[in-house]
Design a binder for this molecule. Structure first.
Ligand SMILES: [Zn+2]
Length: 233
């Protein structure tokens, strides 16, 4: 197991005393920390975006969940099942009504079958080494990238303590192509480096739990109505 050494605080464990919202004649004073937290909760604040070159150097940062270190979170999601839903809803696995609806469709509805396909992404807390401020960002990668990260980290003989803040392994990630033809190359840098991450590590399990529950049955019924198909339940 890589050691989870981090001086970055996990999310939502701040002991900072909350001041009550100040109100004045000019209106309500908006605390920028609160706003940043809300942006992160909305899922748009600290996501990593690819540079045009498609080439980055990333450091992976374990986060803490239920008293142990975790490297990644596997997110399975349905992207914008209905136009009213901005973003995604989480797939509920065996009980997922959207998956059940999808499985019941025949070839005539191939577009909807494709649209409802659950997408799998692996989420990591990372620092982009090109970022001078060394901000912690959320990196979303496909299974291929996840496999390559994990292979290096598990190779403790060749890459001991790969997530160390003082002398960790930087991953050179090269993204090529677009859409379905996107490919990724991952190479561990032979040179060790130090990193001083700024900001909060995201606890993805906690973030997921805080998203609030949605009734996938209702959403599946809305999808069925919009596409003029019948739900199997
Ligand atoms: Zn599903």
């Amino acid at each position: 197991m890589p050691r989870a050494k981090s001086n970055a605080k996990p999310k939502r464990q701040s002991t900072k005393k909350k001041q009550s919202v100040r109100q004045s004649a000019g209106g309500i004073h908006l605390d920028s920390d609160d706003l940043k937290q809300d942006i992160r909760d909305a899922g748009g604040g600290n996501y990593f975006t690819w540079p045009d070159s498609g080439k980055v150097k990333l450091r992976l940062l374990p986060y803490e969940h239920s008293g142990r270190a975790k490297l990644f979170y596997k997110a399975v999601q349905h992207w914008q099942p209905t136009p009213e839903i901005r973003g995604s809803v989480s797939c509920e696995g065996h009980d997922c009504k959207l998956c059940q609806l999808r499985a019941s469709l025949d070839k005539a509805n191939q577009d909807l079958i494709d649209h409802l396909r659950p997408r799998i992404q692996y989420l990591f807390n990372v620092v982009d080494k090109a970022d001078k401020e060394e901000r912690i960002q959320i990196f979303r990668g496909p299974r291929t990238v996840y496999n390559m990260f994990v292979a290096v980290i598990l190779d403790e003989e060749e890459f001991p303590d790969a997530c160390s803040l003082e002398k960790g392994v930087d991953f050179l990630v090269q993204k090529s192509g677009t859409g379905l033809n996107t490919t990724y190359g991952v190479t561990p840098s032979p040179k060790r480096s130090a990193v001083n991450p700024q900001g909060s590590l995201t606890n993805f399990e906690e973030q997921e739990a805080n998203r609030g529950s949605v009734d996938l049955k209702v959403i599946a019924e809305q999808v069925a109505e919009a596409y003029d198909v019948t739900v199997p339940f």
